[in-house]
Design a protein around this ligand. Structure first.
Ligand code: CU
Length: 120
């Protein structure tokens, strides 16, 4: 009987430790606007990235077309800290690649990349 009691104690300790982890969270991708692979008629004035957890900071964002960055400003949405917003300039046709760097609450640097196309 003694070994079994020891095992149960270890399991309870393990569960308690695991439950404490999400306080400082890594963040994961929920969705982007436009979506990866989307075809749209105009470069949106604002491009968004939605995450599972509010990051500590949105560090940079680029919206690249043929080597030129069309991003103006990258920041966290003041009304929704899980959303990164990138304002853009100079609507042109072509394939854009978006790259967003954030620092999660757990201190990890994370990079999200996707692309979409503008045709008309
Ligand atoms: Cu992490």
């Amino acid at each position: 009987m003694r070994p079994r009691r020891a095992l149960v104690t270890l399991l309870v300790a393990g569960l308690t430790a695991a439950a404490a982890v999400p306080a400082l969270a890594h963040t994961e991708l929920v969705s982007t606007g436009p979506k990866n692979g989307a075809v749209v008629k105009h470069l949106p004035k604002t491009i968004v990235l939605n995450l599972t957890e509010a990051p500590h900071s949105a560090d940079s964002g680029t919206v690249t077309l043929n080597g030129t960055d069309h991003a103006v400003k990258t920041r966290l949405n003041a009304k929704n800290a899980r959303q990164v917003r990138i304002t853009t300039k100079s609507d042109q046709v072509g394939k854009y690649t978006v790259k967003v760097k954030v620092t999660a609450d757990d201190g990890h640097h994370e990079v999200f990349t996707w692309s979409f196309r503008v045709t008309r």
